[in-house]
Ligand binder design. Structure first.
Ligand SMILES: Nc1ncnc2c1ncn2[C@@H]1O[C@H](COP(=O)(O)OP(=O)(O)OP(=O)(O)O)[C@@H](O)[C@H]1O
Length: 235
């Protein structure tokens, strides 16, 4: 399985949000780091086919991002997830499953399974408006997993998770990364340095580092800070 991103660009007026990003991703967990405004969300939206690029292309095993096949293999957790406060967690997952085209019986089984996976089985019948931030985030992760996506795009998935939830999340991502491509963004180094097999770093729309990071590579936080020392990104 291979996701190929080729000279992908997105321009808003005179601002280049994503600037000729070229990447090849195989199975594994990729941590996308960058300051606010670096272009992480724009890049992820391009990979999800929500935004049309100004230039370049995205394909998964030769299927273009605009194809039905590509969409059916994709799971996405957006940064600002629009929840339905009066829905219960279960209803929400059933609704999202219907949008993804799962049949009702399949959806019911899958919803229960996913609620358990993100430790929300006891909250499935409660309305989302009663959920904590971390619970909402876990529900967001569950909906991204509907339909068993092989390409999982998670925009700041650890936002709002408490330390215990982070550990659980880390285990879940490690598990998913064994058979799938998982790309997750954050601006916090500690969120990903122990989860990601590979680090991607963005600055001003460009990819400024890609590769593995281990104990021998030095301090990732230090390296990250150095990259942003000569002037911040404009938000
Ligand atoms: N719809 C838009 N119209 C104009 N400019 C935009 C639009 N969306 C993003 N931008 C600009 O593109 C750049 C990249 O934004 P993007 O949201 O991708 O960054 P980010 O790394 O995800 O930051 P954050 O962590 O704050 O979400 C920013 O300068 C932003 O102002």
């Amino acid at each position: 399985m291979e996701l190929i991103i080729d000279r992908l660009s997105k321009q808003y007026g005179s601002r280049i949000a994503v600037d000729r990003v070229t990447l090849k991703l195989q199975k594994g967990v990729y941590g996308l780091l960058g300051a606010n405004g670096a272009g992480k969300t724009t890049l992820m939206r391009l990979i999800c086919g929500i935004l049309k690029p100004t230039g370049g292309s995205v394909s998964l095993d030769g299927e273009d991002v605009s194809s039905e096949e590509y969409r059916s293999r994709l799971g996405y957790l957006p940064q600002d997830f629009g929840y339905y406060p009066d829905f219960t967690g279960t209803d929400f997952l059933l609704y999202m499953a219907a949008l993804k085209g799962l049949d009702r019986t399949q959806a019911k089984r899958k919803a229960a399974e996913l609620l358990k996976l993100v430790a929300l089985q006891d909250a499935g019948k409660k309305k989302i408006k009663t959920y904590s931030g971390g619970m909402k985030q876990r529900l967001g992760i569950a909906q991204a997993l509907l339909g068993e996506p092989q390409l999982l795009i998670l925009d700041e998935p650890t936002a709002g998770l408490d330390p215990k939830e982070r550990v659980r999340f880390r285990d879940l991502i490690a598990q998913l990364g064994k058979d799938n491509i998982v790309l997750l963004s954050t601006h916090i180094v500690s969120d990903i340095e122990h989860i990601a097999d590979s680090i991607l770093m963005m600055k001003n729309g460009q990819l400024i580092f890609q590769g593995t990071w281990d104990e021998n590579s030095g301090d990732l936080e230090q390296f990250y800070l150095e990259q942003f020392e000569e002037g911040q990104d404009h938000g």
